[in-house]
Design a protein around this ligand. Structure first.
Ligand code: ATP
Ligand code: MG
Length: 168
């Protein structure tokens, strides 16, 4: 079984890691699709696709199965989106997603979709983590250690602080 999991991963956090550890038990190979890959340097999308590839690849180093991390740019045409995804990824047998639109689009294309349970969604969300970075609150405990290291290497928190500022 080759499974696909799609997210924006802004940033990749412990909730994503929890889901992927679960998927890795059920699948033989994992495809991680990085959604909205074209955006970066925006408050809700601060990190580039390349930076997100680095976070995910390092965080998944312990998984003993093939992992393909693939950037997916938005095409802004939902009716064609599943074909776009299929053109960019290795063939897959099933999709894991909690996003209602993603679930619906794959369902309409006849592809099996499974919805993993949410894990500590109160704190484990990209939005919460980005807000904490802006406020100077603790966010490091909400992401895998390798992700923390990548964000430090690219000086990610100062980038997010700049993106949160108004014109001077
Ligand atoms: P944002 O707040 O920026 O939307 P997010 O935490 O929702 O970030 P996404 O990249 O949008 O992260 O999510 C990718 C996938 O991971 C989605 O299917 C989402 O439902 C799932 N997901 C996000 N957080 C959790 C969590 N804490 N537990 C389980 N699944 C999660
Ligand atoms: Mg989300």
């Amino acid at each position: 079984i080759r499974a696909l999991y799609i997210g924006r991963f802004q940033p990749y956090h412990n909730g994503h890691q929890y889901v992927i550890d679960h998927i890795a038990k059920e699948a033989d190979e994992l495809i991680i699709g990085i959604g909205t890959a074209q955006l970066s340097h925006e408050p809700a999308d601060p990190f580039t696709a390349g930076e997100r590839i680095l976070m995910i690849t390092r965080a998944l180093q312990k998984i003993q199965k093939p992992v393909y991390v693939i950037p997916l740019e938005d095409i802004n045409r939902n009716a064609l989106w599943v074909s776009h995804v299929r053109a960019m990824t290795p063939p897959f047998d099933r999709v894991y997603s909690g996003n209602p639109l993603v679930i619906r689009l794959f369902f309409e294309a006849g592809i099996r979709v499974l919805t993993p349970a949410m894990y500590e969604r109160g704190t484990l969300s990209g939005t919460t983590i980005r807000e904490r970075m802006v406020c100077g609150d603790n966010w490091e405990d909400l992401v895998p250690v390798p992700v923390c290291q990548v964000i430090r290497e690219i000086d990610g928190v100062s980038r997010i602080l700049v993106l949160a500022r108004d014109d001077m």
